[in-house]
Design a protein around this ligand. Sequence first.
Ligand code: ADE
Length: 251
Amino acid sequence: MMFPTHDGPTENSPFHATIITVFPDMFPGPLGLSTTGRALGSVWSLDTVDLKNFVTGPFGRVDDSPFGGGAGMVLRPDVVGQALETGGGFQGRPCYYLSPRGQRFTQAHAVSLAKGSGVVLLCGRYEGLDQRVLDHYTITEISMGDYVLSGGEIAAMAMLDACLRLLPGVMGNQDSGTEESFSTPLLEYPHYTRPAEWKGMDVPKVLRSGHHAAIKAWRKEQAERITRDRRPDLWEIYTSGMPPDCFVKDE
Ligand code: ADE
């Protein structure tokens, strides 16, 4: 394997992700690059469990046709169960099944998971997973949004990335997590950098004024305008003054 594997979280690598999938070669994928890639093997570690290794018999399969008929195939409970039980165990880490039917993943989940010792992520393919696996083990179904992906792997990467960037030592600037979109119900204000004039467009004057209070007020105003225009659902939460569970609360 091209990336460090571990038995679980250790002192050197306190956050450990286990990915159970039929496509282990997809990992670490983009998580092996940039900030998360640099921290792989130190701040966090990863191992994959290949569902194909748990197929029994010479003609065995990871999936089978659904009882009751219908399109698509369903991941077999004996194969997934064996993978869950042999794959090193959860070691106290929460296990999630990536599925469009799950509870919506939010920044609050990422913040809470980043405080723990890692996650076990079960990736579905085909039509889904035999319900008995979900009923038997303590697995939470979680969704990346109201759209359907061809499998859970890309969703697992997105979920993991949202957690990993919050781990101390992954991102350079530790402040960056608190002001951005979804730390509060407001979306982010617009950003500008050099050159000050580009394609005939200037940077808003206030940002070059050096007047910190005015800059702060302008940014707040812009964040409010963008949120009101694009996300009436968030605007309502913001104006009600009640931060719901999906936002990071100040501690
Ligand atoms: N698998 C397929 N679609 C998904 C989604 N929207 N979120 C999480 N896992 C998925």
